[in-house]
Design a binder for this molecule. Structure first.
Ligand SMILES: NC(=O)C1=CN([C@@H]2O[C@H](COP(=O)(O)OP(=O)(O)OC[C@H]3O[C@@H](n4cnc5c(N)ncnc54)[C@H](O)[C@@H]3O)[C@@H](O)[C@H]2O)C=CC1
Ligand SMILES: O=C(O)[C@H]1O[C@H](OP(=O)(O)OP(=O)(O)OC[C@H]2O[C@@H](n3ccc(=O)[nH]c3=O)[C@H](O)[C@@H]2O)[C@H](O)[C@@H](O)[C@@H]1O
Length: 448
């Protein structure tokens, strides 16, 4: 592909990652075609509607659907005969009933794409995959594509965060490019030219390192969260304040304060499944011990959910027959994503144990109701808290972080709050007469 001017880009898979990537590529000046197997998603996107919540993305999609620079289709063949660069951004979820990554969609999308390509092109993997996948897909592309065209493969993992997806794509904090040929790296330099500042690190490496960088980053973030949450178990038992502890160690710039927010733990469509897939892949490679610590990271994380439920039960003196308001069921604020959400898991466990649960989330109600239809869902914080015996804050949306006792004093049945994200002031709520608990903190009057 050397010496070509890149004009047309396709993005295969238009979920959280792919829709963002497609819109941002259009913003960088390319003509872009988003391809997905889900006709409803494609219909919505083609109208300029985003079928999920991501700040700043609806505006970008609409802008470029209107400008004609961004189109969506279910027709893979259209993409294969049109684009110079194809990004693979399909899902790699956990396999049903196991811990490995399910690569069915990546394999199917890559094979279908390769068969449809009728001009020289670069296929770029963006999905998060087990190490070794890129090399396998390179062979698949060679087998499935026509001998008349030159098709090569590169691996370019994605580090965007939901809630900040647009800014993370248009101004990435680093780019990692795994290639087998210098020409392919040049193509990606051209693609990303306008997203780079003078200082953006550009890491050019082989396939294996590129794949591993991605899972190493997520494993490190997960470990950092479970590290502080393991200390929560200690401060809860012996007395102490996990926030002060996190602040104090975070001042050491070698440690840093970010990702040391103790609470109900990590969830989402990436961190949990990525640490499980990494362990599974490493065992497959015969390295039985290298990543076993990630099992501990996972267990610490899941114990936080249990702890939230136990604490709620202790505060109430039993769950059956109680009314509980659950505030926040997305896995984090600024997203409508409820995949492996700690808050939704806690809500469901409280319900299963006999409580009457009313959920309110600013963006997540609809997705949560699809997953757990039996919970009650309401459209406002006040409705959720009305006559509640306990309010549980599980996702730190700004609306919840700004709560004061005045907002709820007259609304609830009993002044009782469990802050499972450590974002409210214990002093303030206790001074107002509330029975108040947080994960990772110890109180003289804490229920035991
Ligand atoms: N969501 C995020 O913040 C990030 C996700 N990732 C990785 O990106 C990948 C995609 O993740 P999400 O966008 O969150 O998943 P998602 O589930 O939102 O989107 C995946 C999309 O792929 C489509 N798809 C499935 N099979 C297909 C096929 N054969 N051809 C065309 N389209 C197909 C699905 O219909 C769906 O729209 C995963 O590997 C994930 O680990 C990486 C960084 C950030
Ligand atoms: O591979 C991915 O898909 C992405 O996964 C994460 O991004 P994301 O899942 O959007 O969310 P994070 O901001 O990392 O939060 C993950 C979870 O950790 C929790 N968390 C985060 C930070 C913290 O201090 N404590 C904590 O419990 C959040 O509430 C959330 O449930 C990574 O941060 C991204 O770099 C990566 O690209």
């Amino acid at each position: 592909m050397m010496g070509r001017v890149i004009k047309n880009i396709s993005v295969i898979g238009t979920g959280y990652l792919g829709a963002t990537h497609a819109a941002c590529m259009a913003e960088l000046g390319f003509d872009v075609l988003g391809v997905d197997v889900d006709p409803e998603k494609i219909e919505a996107l083609s109208r300029g509607d985003l079928p999920f919540h991501e700040p700043g993305l609806p505006e970008l999609i609409r802008k470029h659907v209107d400008s004609g620079r961004l189109r969506f289709t279910t027709d893979m063949e259209g993409a294969g005969s049109w684009a110079d660069v194809h990004f693979i951004a399909v899902g790699t979820p956990q396999v049903a009933g196991g811990t490995a990554a399910d690569l069915t969609a990546v394999d199917a999308a890559t094979a279908a794409l390769a068969r449809s390509i009728t001009k020289d092109a670069l296929v770029v993997g963006k999905s998060t995959v087990p190490v070794g996948t890129a090399r396998r897909l390179q062979r698949l592309v060679a087998e499935e594509s026509s001998d008349d065209v030159e098709v090569s493969l590169a691996w370019n993992p994605e580090f965007l965060r939901e809630g900040f997806a647009v800014q993370d794509t248009l101004r990435p904090d680093r780019l990692v490019i795994g290639t087998d040929a210098a020409d392919d790296e040049q193509v990606l330099r051209e693609v990303y030219a306008d997203a780079l500042t003078q200082d953006t690190p550009w890491i050019s490496t082989d396939f294996e390192t590129a794949e591993l960088v991605k899972v190493a980053a997520n494993a490190f973030l997960a470990t950092k969260i479970s590290f502080i949450n393991a200390f929560s178990e200690v401060t809860e038992a012996v007395g102490g304040d996990i926030r002060t502890l996190a602040d104090a160690i975070g001042h050491d710039t070698r440690i840093g304060r970010k990702f040391l927010n103790a609470g109900v733990g990590f969830g989402g469509g990436c961190l949990p499944k990525d640490i499980r897939a990494l362990q599974t892949r490493v065992s497959e490679l015969g390295l039985d011990h290298s990543m076993t610590f990630l099992n501990e990271v996972d267990q610490i994380n899941l114990r936080r959910r249990e702890r939230a439920v136990t604490l709620a039960e202790q505060m109430l003196g039993g769950l059956p027959g109680t009314r509980i308001a659950v505030l926040g069921v997305t896995f984090k604020p600024l997203s409508d994503d409820v995949r492996d959400s700690p808050g939704l898991d806690v809500a469901n466990r409280l319900y299963t144990a006999g409580a009457d649960v009313l959920v309110y989330d600013p963006e997540g109600n609809e997705n949560a109701a699809k997953r757990f239809p039996r919970l009650g869902y309401v459209d406002s914080l006040r409705e959720a808290a009305a006559d509640a015996d306990l309010v549980v804050l599980t996702t730190e949306w700004n609306e919840f972080k700004a709560l004061t006792p005045d907002d709820l004093d007259e609304v609830v049945a009993v002044q009782r709050l469990l802050d499972a994200r450590n974002v409210l002031s214990a002093d303030q709520w206790q001074a107002a007469g509330w029975q108040f608990a947080q994960l990772g903190r110890y109180y003289d009057d804490a229920p035991e």
